[in-house]
Design a protein around this ligand. Structure first.
Ligand SMILES: Cc1cc2nc3c(=O)[nH]c(=O)nc-3n(C[C@H](O)[C@H](O)[C@H](O)COP(=O)(O)OP(=O)(O)OC[C@H]3O[C@@H](n4cnc5c(N)ncnc54)[C@H](O)[C@@H]3O)c2cc1C
Length: 483
């Protein structure tokens, strides 16, 4: 038994004597942020994580991530796939201690002011929340200040793309022969540095392989959760003064939807958003420098919430994971050397919603379709890819036709879903208040991207962490007054 393997039966028994201050549902970046923030303020906290702890160090933080088969198999072992009502699945998600942050790519821009359009002012993370998130996740722009990045930025800027060094969550600034020599920071670093000691001392209780099956809601108050342990036995009631939902966009929405939470305006699960995700590879010989074996992470910020952003990562797929141990040189590299990725928000519509069903991870169905505005946006992004390619003097590869809208990933595959427990001041049009507490259940808090009333154009991870930090601090402030 490790500090991550507390037993739900025992937690239930303990909580009947003295309820925990908070139960945090989910141990991804948002849940580990909330757990850390609450325990640092003296709260007693239980973290329930439905998945296992596949590694006690995170795979993106060691040379192990260069072992591609291991990474692929590990991902598959913890994957879950919500259904798409129109057929197939709504992307692939990962449930384990560390959550998707165990496998993410590390692009860490802050939201621009425009991204927050439609957000309640008090729900927007503060400068201090972002600074904390950047410090904890080791965000650096060093890979955007290399020789190759300089050439990319100069060409892009001359071509009208406002390029800048890409902020990136890596726990080392050095590059080694064209690849990240250490790793991409994840919530496990935050956990072991920040709250691991609280777990060892028993102040923070973590239960892996333990799923919150239902929220215990009574007369506008949540009393705790009914949790299912690893053996799949009957749900056990664990009692707490507050519950914080950090299950990742869809699972937090599901838990709220199946738990008889008062929802007089039918807003729970409505308005799910995703990112349109355009990936491509470019061959850009003019950018390479065979002698320096340089690398680059460059970012082109979206100009508005409805616009799209660009990321450029070089050398292509070798920056993050290679398995042959060979140093990167352009001549020997795969047929592409610059990976470009563009994201833009889908239109916010009630037609995109979650049909919740009780059960294990991924038991719900997502109703999701692209609107006419989404289709027009895709065409605009593809056209912009052609222009960006021309500015770099590059060629598209495999397949070379950059203007095809078929290049977009299918719904859910951006890993950036958001909404469904939208924050707002008006209870008729939103589910949660600006501090994340439910309008109808004050001691229940949504602290992940389910609470984002608009997804913005920007990669969400840093903002997810900053928002989780803010909501945890607000909850800690409220503990004195929570009934
Ligand atoms: C391959 C990949 C690349 C990515 N690249 C980037 C990037 O470059 N930049 C960026 O900004 N973002 C990126 N992302 C997205 C980013 O990783 C996620 O947005 C972020 O990690 C979400 O964190 P979270 O804690 O909110 O949710 P998750 O990481 O999904 O964690 C939620 C956890 O809750 C658990 N859970 C759910 N329901 C329950 C329940 N009922 N009971 C108990 N536990 C439960 C799940 O098992 C899971 O472990 C990427 C994601 C992936 C997969």
């Amino acid at each position: 038994m490790t500090v991550l393997e507390n037993d739900v039966e025992q937690l239930g028994t303990t909580s009947r004597e003295t309820p925990f201050d908070a139960i945090v549902v989910g141990a991804g970046s948002s849940g580990l942020t909330v757990a850390h923030s609450l325990t640092a303020r003296g709260a007693s906290v239980v973290v329930l994580e439905a998945g296992p702890a596949p590694f006690l160090t995170h795979i993106t933080n060691t040379d192990l991530r260069f072992a591609r088969d291991l990474l692929r198999n590990l991902r598959e072992a913890v994957a879950y796939r919500p259904r798409l009502a129109s057929g197939g699945e709504f992307g692939v998600n990962y449930g384990c201690f560390g959550g998707r942050g165990l496998f993410w790519n590390g692009a860490s821009p802050r939201y621009s002011p425009a991204d927050f359009a439609g957000w309640p002012a008090d729900g927007i993370p503060q400068q201090a929340d972002y600074a904390w998130a950047e410090q904890q996740f080791r965000v650096t722009t060093a890979m955007g200040r290399t020789a190759m990045a300089g050439r990319l930025i100069a060409k892009l800027s001359a071509g009208g793309f406002a390029a800048e060094p890409g902020p990136f969550a890596a726990d080392i600034e050095d590059l080694y022969t064209g690849r990240l020599s250490a790793g991409i920071a994840s919530g496990l670093g935050l956990f072991f540095r920040g709250s691991g000691n609280a777990a060892v001392q028993g102040k923070l209780k973590v239960a892996i392989n333990s799923r919150a099956d239902r929220l215990l809601v009574q007369s506008g108050t949540v009393r705790g959760v009914a949790a299912v342990g690893g053996q799949g036995t009957a749900p056990v009631e664990i009692l707490s003064r507050a519950v914080v939902l950090c299950g990742g966009g869809l699972e937090s929405v599901k838990l709220a939807a199946i738990s008889s939470i008062p929802d007089p305006h039918g807003r729970i699960g409505k308005g799910i958003q995703d990112h349109l995700f355009y990936p491509a590879q470019l061959n850009a010989p003019e950018i390479y420098d065979a002698t320096s074996r340089s690398s680059a992470i460059v970012y082109v910020r979206s100009q508005s919430q409805s616009g799209h952003q660009w990321e450029l990562h070089a050398p292509g797929n070798r920056l993050f994971s290679i398995d042959d141990g060979a140093p990167w040189v352009p001549a020997a590299a795969p047929p592409y050397e610059i990976m470009i990725r563009s994201f833009a928000a889908t239109e916010k519509r009630d037609d995109n919603f979650l049909e919740a069903a009780a059960g294990g991870l991924g038991s719900s169905t997502v109703h999701f379709s692209y609107s006419a505005a989404d289709q027009a946006k895709k065409a605009e992004m593809a056209a912009d890819a052609v222009r960006l390619c021309a500015v770099l003097g590059a060629q598209g590869v495999t397949p070379p036709d950059l203007s095809s809208v078929d290049r977009f990933r299918t719904p859910g595959n951006s890993y950036h879903e958001a909404g469904g427990l939208d924050m707002g001041v008006d209870a008729a049009t939103s589910v949660t208040a600006p501090d994340g507490s439910f309008h109808s259940v004050a001691n229940l808090v949504s602290a992940d991207a389910a609470s984002f009333p608009r997804i913005g154009a920007t990669n969400p991870h840093l903002t997810i962490v900053a928002v989780a930090r803010r909501k945890a601090q607000q909850l800690a402030d409220r503990f004195a007054v929570i009934p």
